[in-house]
Design a binder for this molecule. Structure first.
Ligand code: ADP
Length: 472
């Protein structure tokens, strides 16, 4: 048999983890390449220009604020590796620094200063920025100039000459370095990703194989987790599911065995008595009536059994919902009592009850009545010779305690936990006791649906008291 999941994936988790890891490494590789090699070429000059502009502001502020500006500017130029020329408005040099031993473009006559000053004056914002190649130092330089003071009436001019380091050779080094790093990274990623994917996938593969064995009905399958908490949890859940499936299957088997047994007995009786009427008692009205009565009783028993089976399956499957309404429990107990009182007159038992003041509770009236009647029926069925049944209603602050007591044989301690199970019947259950073996299971299902607590106290040879608490 094959089952189709909604969407089948063609790739194993191992492959997917490995592939994702490799994609991630690829992205790292591309990013590194772009940042180190492609952007460095444009990033470096831009960075230098912005540094130069910042430096020009610092030099102007030093010139305007310090009397010792000549030395200070020189020191600044040396530490920042730039040539400086600070001129007054006539073009006379007031401070200068040459960090290139006479090879500066602005000092060595490489460019004519007055041409630069003209360009500054002609510019819109009083600033000049140009990149030229300086053969003296075999490198490109940035020439930056700015007016000091007002553009229309300049106080002076500042010119800076900053060498640009040749990035090309640097980039070549980084390029080969990056290739080495990436190759090592790729090899590491290859091993690491296959290790990680095995680490994650192995427990899952193991559990899947176990689940396949379970699907084929092997309930001794052991689910082992290992490695990480999600798989441990999965193994735990599957082990729990395995036990539950096993339980359900056992219950199903028991149910079929019990049901067929319970159905067969009355059916055999029906057939036997019908044959008897046909072959023997057909002409004898007295005997015939007796046999017919047995047939009617057995049919009633069969009907009760089938009804209980249906009711219990509806309750347990959840297809029957609670219909909660307000009910006066004292009134209800009294009306049930009266009914049984009437019945007791012809059925040889005594029932006792003391009516309590009115008390309103919210519950499913029909179902709670069924619980009370099931418990009373059992008490009547299992009570001993003195045939006394006591029903009690005790109103407490948070609940109403309902008790049904009989003076029967009681239930042995080790059986108490079993009597609420479906089809449980004690060995001394007699056939003359009308019961389907489902009464207490129905009681349990209804009380659990209401979330009411319930239980039984019993002493062998003295009697049993079944109780439950209706929440207020
Ligand atoms: P049934 O009464 O049809 O056998 P129930 O589910 O009502 O089925 O009860 C299950 C079993 O619990 C009974 O067979 C009986 O052994 C035990 N039992 C129930 N009520 C009492 C009681 N009041 N006293 C002694 N045993 C009881």
């Amino acid at each position: 048999m094959t089952f189709n999941s909604a969407k089948k994936s063609n790739f194993s988790i191992r492959f997917k983890i490995w592939a994702l890891f490799m994609i991630f490494t690829g992205i790292v590789f591309v990013l590194m390449w772009l940042l180190q090699i492609v952007f460095l070429q444009s990033f470096y000059p831009a960075f230098k220009i912005s540094q130069t502009k910042k430096a020009s502001k610092q030099i102007i502020s030093c010139y305007e604020n310090s009397s010792d500006y000549v030395e200070e500017i020189e020191r600044f130029a040396v530490s920042n590796n730039m040539c400086v020329a600070l001129l007054d408005n006539t073009g006379y040099t007031k401070a200068s620094a040459d960090v290139m031993n006479g090879n500066c473009a602005i000092h060595g006559g490489k460019v004519e200063l007055f041409i630069l000053l003209d360009k500054i004056r002609a510019s819109k914002d009083g600033k000049l920025l140009m990149k030229i190649y300086n053969n003296n130092i075999q490198s490109k330089v940035i020439i930056y100039g700015t007016i000091i003071g007002n553009k229309d009436n300049p106080e002076g001019y500042l010119l800076l000459d900053v060498p640009l380091a040749p990035v090309e050779s640097f980039i070549d080094i980084i390029k080969s370095q990056t290739l080495y790093i990436i190759s090592i990274l790729l090899i590491i990623a290859l091993f690491f990703s296959s290790y990680i994917s095995n680490y994650i996938a192995n427990p899952i593969t193991r559990i899947t194989k176990s689940a396949e064995r379970l699907a084929h009905g092997d309930y001794n399958t052991v689910f082992t987790g290992g490695g990480y908490s999600e798989v441990d949890k999965l193994a735990e859940t599957l082990t729990f599911a395995e036990h539950e499936i096993q339980k359900v299957e056992m219950m199903q088997r028991d149910l079929i065995a019990n049901t067929s047994h319970d159905l067969r007995t009355p059916l055999t009786m029906l057939k036997a008595y019908a044959e008897m009427i046909r072959d023997l008692s057909g002409d004898n009205p007295e005997k015939r009536a007796k046999h017919l009565q047995i047939i009617i009783d057995e049919t009633d028993r069969l009907t009760a059994l089938v009804n209980d089976m249906l009711d219990l399956s509806k309750l347990e499957s959840g297809s029957q919902k609670l219909e909660i309404s307000e009910m006066d429990i004292s009134e209800k107990m009294n009306s049930i009592y009266k009914r049984y009182l009437e019945h007791s007159k012809t059925s040889n038992y005594t029932i006792y009850f003391e009516k309590q003041p009115s008390c309103i509770v919210s519950c499913d009236e029909g179902k709670i009545e069924r619980v009370i009647c099931n418990l009373i029926n059992n008490a009547i069925n299992y009570t001993a010779k003195d045939r006394k049944v006591f029903i009690r209603e005790i109103i407490c602050d948070d609940c109403v305690l309902i008790e049904v007591e009989d003076t029967g044989d009681g239930i042995e301690k080790d059986k108490i936990n079993l009597i609420f199970d479906r089809y449980y019947r004690s060995e001394n259950h007699k056939r003359e006791v009308v019961g389907t073996g489902l009464g207490l299971s129905i009681v349990k299902a209804i009380l659990q649906m209401h979330d009411y607590s319930f239980g039984v106290r019993s002493t062998v040879g003295v009697g049993s008291t079944f109780w439950f608490k209706i929440k207020r």
